[in-house]
Design a protein around this ligand. Sequence first.
Ligand code: ZN
Length: 73
Amino acid sequence: MAQHVAPPTATTPDLPASLPIGAIVPWAVFFGVLMLALLYFVGAEQGATSVVSGEGVHEWVHDARHLLGFPCH
Ligand SMILES: [Zn+2]
């Protein structure tokens, strides 16, 4: 009696879908610039480097400034 045994098939691991780099780069640049602006306003928006006059921005981000270790007062 002959038994039919299926030959072992090579299984390929499930690979993640590839992402086109051209679709990621503009968003990466956008969020990079956004994060740099946020870092500026948290870390350096005070005194001589101030873009917005007054202490309003500084007071809004004051806790984040201390949390990240920027010198303040
Ligand atoms: Zn402070």
